[in-house]
Write a protein that binds this ligand. Sequence first.
Ligand code: NAD
Length: 646
Amino acid sequence: MIFLNISLVWKSISRSKPSLKYLSTLNVKDGPYNFVDGEKSHPIDSIGFTNVLNPATSVVLARVALSGTSEVDKAVKSSKEAYNSWSLLSGFERGKLISSLGQKISENLETLAQLEVENNGKPIWEARLDIQSCADCFLYFGGIASTVSGKHIQLPNSSFGLIKRESLGVIGGIGAWNYPLQTCSWKVAPALTCGNTMVYKPSELTPLTALALAELAITAGIPRGVFNIGSGETGKHLCCHPDVAKISFTGSVPTGKNIMKLASNDLKRVTLELGGKNPLIIYDDCDLKNAVKGALLANFLSQGQVCSNGSRVFVQRSIIEQFTNEFVKATTQLVIGDPFDDKTQVGATISKAHAEKVLAYVTQSLEEGAIKLCGGERVQMPHPFENGYFISPCILTNCHDGMTAVREEIFGPVATILPFDTEDEVIRRANETPYGLSAGIFTKDLRRAHRTSSRLQSGTIWVNNFNVTPVELPFSGFKQSGIGVECSTEAIQCYTQLKSVYVEMNDSVGVVEHGEHYSFSIFCCIHLFEAAYLLHPFRNLLVHLRHLDSNDLAEADDVVGVDGIVQDSLERNDLVVDLYHRNLRHLCRKVVHHHLHDNCWDRDLDPNHQNFLRRVDHSFEAEVADNHLPSACRLQWVALEVLHFP
Ligand code: NAD
């Protein structure tokens, strides 16, 4: 989830220099913790409080009042009003403001990174990279804002169509705690770029940096109400709110499924960025040193609390011993400690409850037969960290694919080593999971890398690297790891909808005479057939035709489909089939003349029927005489009368 280059050795990762500008005006820790209509505010209907802790010390950082439905209504109303003017700005105008927010984030990088460390427990150097990636995200989307556009399509006789790409409205954003500002930025930046506004609910564990972002957005000139924040049970209310057009969610698979259910009540669109259980494949021809670094990045960044982590470490049998030794050696050298210390490589796990869950997975794995090579224990730290939840990075071996720790997302620093023999075998096993967020491949053979990557069912695949997420590349999940895309120009599709505008440049309203305009002709034919149906036993044909959706006939190619049906249904009627093959107009003509006229005309019909048939006949003749298909409208009208004929 961070933009990290493998050439930076884990231990000697370059530390960003503290920025000079601090958020002097920001003191988000003091609350209040909602941000609506350009200012921090208390919820108008608080439904309780939650304590936000520093995971490294368990000291309470903030006591956050939780919002109820009225507060969510207020935030959505504010965003809805802001949408009226924000959506009318040009992409270029919006882009300038969004880029300016990116600039503000860069300028305040150190303060934001420190806030993230205090609230999340990750090492400071990681937080700096995260915050830089947030700045990059706003700069990137600000840069492409003016390119969000539709298409012009030339239609016959100077008529034309516009395919407009339009914003959706108010977006409900819901984020996770592991990358608090990054999950928020990945939603806010593209959503606002496209002209939407957003009400965002940060994780109740880590609300602070999103709040700081909202304050920065105002200083960057983004109008009030465009980006609002609500804490508490806001997520559920957003999912059900009638004025919210879409939910963009980052979190676990079970919550994602719940959100999809809630959003389905009024068919809201959803983007779901969910968890995974990702494979890291180490082939025997890899650069072993690099592969070990890759395995560290794939398992122990952010205390292993990374959605895209590659915790199923598949290692080719011939190098498994050497790889495992090196991996264990490097892992046991990782420095666990004060997240604010530049030397720290492993910080604090987010909460007591989460740390206990991670450790329970380790215990269960041992019960299921795994062997622990290192870590997997709570590390008791000296004051002031004695109440923090630090877990030593863990490597398990003697694992098999059916083990709980190999199947389920642990979301902690636990790597499982799995031997394999062949390429086919490892690809099959790597794909044997309901998830598909990411995967890694270490090999020097590029053909093997491409073969493997094309067969892996994952949204992101890293070759000879891991957990690198430049904003230019789409980030998305296959299978149960998600729906929709974040980052890259592809994210634009997720925050816009298409509108077709047909512009007629001719005087007559109707269908232009053109070979391509079969659909309406066919439609008319169907009515004529239906007319025949009433009066003539073409039953099979007409039953089929009546069941065809007119959309099915919208393409000229579908004439072939109709052709098949006609063939089936009218086997016995050589004449019609033959005429049909010549062209549609002839078919109509024959239907009218030979079947309505010849077969029915002379029947003993009452005067009304006769009168009607005359009109059908006349209309059709007029069309043929004028050689002018728009008169099909008249035919249709007449044929419709047939349907309603008493
Ligand atoms: P979570 O699913 O417990 O919570 C995520 C958010 O949803 C929180 O803000 C929470 O308050 C909210 N929420 C919970 N129940 C809700 C409901 N019924 N309606 C609306 N909102 C609700 O996830 P988490 O523990 O915060 O984050 C960890 C998970 O997130 C992991 O599974 C991880 O893989 C995933 N994740 C995925 C990505 C990605 O980009 N694919 C990134 C980060 C984290």
